[in-house]
Design a protein around this ligand. Structure first.
Ligand code: GLY
Length: 263
């Protein structure tokens, strides 16, 4: 089974407070109804890709809780509760814990002290890459490595480019040998051994694509990246993220995905 074969995904419905979500650049708040509609389209695309979605109720106290990928990691062997680096997001791990205990026999927790957000974690066939960033610190990355060893996974700490929110803001796994990445991340050499497809200049946000089974979900605002992947015979599903992108959404961060024996 490939690391991008999934039959189950966990999501959280957007709260009205999502309009106040964290963002690197200020500007007008996004429109709640449009975010809700974009989120519904994303859920529909997951279904089309062959995944059964579990949608958790909205959490008004946590504007960014729609981004369920950040407070936890999931693998077929078990789940890991993380500690988000953004103080306003710290409580999201406790909120997502019950559904992980329901779905996984093994649930580990990142100890106090370090911080890690799931957006900084790229799972590849032979290792888990942990991007050191403003949200994932060295203590958290080291502690996560110990937990991954418990699950039988190899890992490597790498560096997220400066001023980039998460490691996966700049990359995604397209298949077992191929990474889609920005020029700035590709240049750092972290993807040694992979075939790296670079997103065209100006389309950096397209690097956070999402491979699920035989589909690659790509942000619809990046036609040159879509053409590039089309030429490489990937089956593309363009996803509209106009409003969610205002609060720095990527495609991976809105779901946690795994292969469940129950589905
Ligand atoms: N708005 C996503 C984040 O900053 O965590």
């Amino acid at each position: 089974m490939a690391v991008y074969n999934f039959n189950t995904a966990l999501l959280r419905a957007p709260a009205k407070s999502v309009a106040r979500g964290l963002r690197a650049v200020g500007g007008e708040d996004p429109n709640f109804d449009s975010i809700a509609s974009e989120h519904q389209s994303y859920v529909a695309a997951l279904r089309t890709a062959g995944v059964e979605p579990i949608v958790l109720p909205a959490l008004e106290d946590f504007p960014d809780s729609i981004f369920v990928e950040d407070p936890a990691l999931v693998f077929p062997e078990g789940a890991i509760l993380l500690r988000p680096g953004a103080p306003s997001r710290r409580g999201e791990a406790d909120e997502i814990a019950p559904v992980l205990y329901e779905n996984f026999d093994t649930v580990l927790s990142l100890p106090e002290g370090g911080t890690v957000e799931g957006g900084d974690i790229l799972t590849t066939p032979d290792k888990v890459m942990i991007g050191h960033s403003a949200r994932t610190n060295q203590a958290g990355a080291k502690a996560l490595q110990r937990l991954l060893t418990e699950l039988g996974r190899k890992s490597e700490i790498v560096t997220t480019p400066e001023d980039v929110l998460h490691f996966k803001s700049d990359c995604s796994l397209l298949d077992e040998e191929t990474i889609l990445a920005t020029e700035r991340l590709a240049q750092s050499g972290v993807f040694h051994g992979f075939d790296v497809i670079k997103v065209p200049s100006g389309e950096e946000a397209a690097a956070n694509a999402l491979r699920i089974n035989d589909i690659v979900m790509v942000n619809n605002r990046h036609p040159r990246t879509i053409d590039l992947l089309d030429q490489r015979q990937y089956k593309i599903e363009p996803i509209k993220t106009d409003q969610i992108a205002i609060i720095d959404a990527g495609l991976s961060c809105m779901s946690l995905r795994w292969q469940s024996a129950a589905n």
